[in-house]
Design a protein around this ligand. Sequence first.
Ligand SMILES: Cc1cc2nc3c(=O)[nH]c(=O)nc-3n(C[C@H](O)[C@H](O)[C@H](O)COP(=O)(O)OP(=O)(O)OC[C@H]3O[C@@H](n4cnc5c(N)ncnc54)[C@H](O)[C@@H]3O)c2cc1C
Length: 477
Amino acid sequence: MATPRIIVVGGGISGLAAAHRLVELSREKRLDLEVILLEAGRRLGGCIRTERIDDFLVEAGPDSFISEKPWALKLCERLGLTSRLISTNSARQSVFVVHRGGLVPLPEGFLLMAPTRLWPVIRTPLFSWRGKLRMALEPLLPRGRGEGDESLASFVRRRFGREVLERVAQPLIGGIYAADPENLSLATTMPRFLEMERSQRSVVLAMRREQKRRRSRPQSGARWSLFLSLAGGMQELVNAIAARLPAGAVRLDSPASSLAWNETTKSWTVTTNSGEKLEAQGVVVATPAYTAAKLVSMLAPELAQELDAISYASTATVSLAYRESDIPNNLAGFGLVAPAVESRKILACTFSSLKYAGRAPQGSVLLRAFIGGASQPYLYEQDDQQMEASVREELAMLLDIRVKPLFCRINRHPRSMPQYHVGHLERVRRIKTHLDKFPGLQLAGNAYRGVGTADCVHSGEDAADNVWKQIFAEEKE
Ligand SMILES: Cc1cc2nc3c(=O)[nH]c(=O)nc-3n(C[C@H](O)[C@H](O)[C@H](O)COP(=O)(O)OP(=O)(O)OC[C@H]3O[C@@H](n4cnc5c(N)ncnc54)[C@H](O)[C@@H]3O)c2cc1C
């Protein structure tokens, strides 16, 4: 019998994780499998790209992954990258919030939207007395009455008041998703907070109980910071996966253009832009949802419609390098976020070389600003010169940095951030129902159940496990 083949379409972290998992399964189960990974571009990694400029390490996309969600960390461990993992700099953990044109540290104990410590909230100038009193009422408030999905903005306003939404939740959570919290689905993005309200009524009390439980548990094993990176940047993860794939498995410059199912031979045909037709028993589509929609449009128009309805925002990162002596203020933190109510031209700025070691040579500083997203699409539309000028203007106002940078690198990510609008989980369920009609076809990527690198690894590995089960269960029949 011919060796079964599975094609993975898309060589971002989701597709790479899927291809790697398939290779792992084939080794573990000692079953022959040919894996082909089709990538439209000239390189692997999708949003992930690390560049060395002089002695600086510049991340084009993600600079880290979260360790609380285990999938990316576990993958790094399986790839032999444990000794390459780096934690965030423990001495400089604060994040600043732009407030009335100045910078105010996010009060200690503030977790995304929920204050867990009283004293820092009382002392901060970030909120008015009215705002602080409103926040203090949270433990007394009843549960929300709605059963269905709700926007993040509505939830935060309801539980903590408008100021927490505008000054903390919008820039922090909206920033992660490059989204407007008025549209963002609470059930998809922050299910933990929803669950806390449902099961324990007060989010603050639930978080305090959880913290107490954690403190009473004995600590064991290696302890990592909440966010992790790799000494040589996120590209190391991409390179390590690529090195584990069999020779010839990766085909760059090979965009898939359509997908067809042959009922008689029970096989898939993936057609590439060059007209090549590749037969396979299984396919994992790990492209953005709008591309997946095109691929399946002839095969499953309803599925295509659901996929196409997931909208995307574009973001750019602008990395600027400076001599430390040219930075007038002590940058004592990981970065700053700019609430929409402040009407700045950047969404946030990471102090990259303070957050992780090895990002800038001794005596230098690397900063990275974020532009665009769903709330400021017109700023993403600026040309490179205007974009650099906007960022430098903001750095002058907020950090008093007025000198020309040693270099400025702009990286654009067009239509890269899927928008999880209210009702997104229902849409994902409908997508799954459509997909179940097609054995051997799986979707993976940041469009469905999480945008973070760890979620993407999970989504790719899950898709690989499912397609494997479908194919090898059928092979035995
Ligand atoms: C600026 C930025 C900063 C971020 N920061 C963080 C962070 O710090 N931490 C974190 O956890 N997450 C972060 N994220 C989110 C995370 O990086 C992404 O969600 C994740 O990398 C997406 O991976 P993916 O494989 O699903 O999609 P992508 O990376 O978009 O990959 C999709 C791939 O499919 C290919 N493709 C498209 N069409 C075709 C076709 N027809 N045929 C073949 N191939 C095709 C594309 O070329 C691409 O390589 C960030 C994202 C951005 C944009």
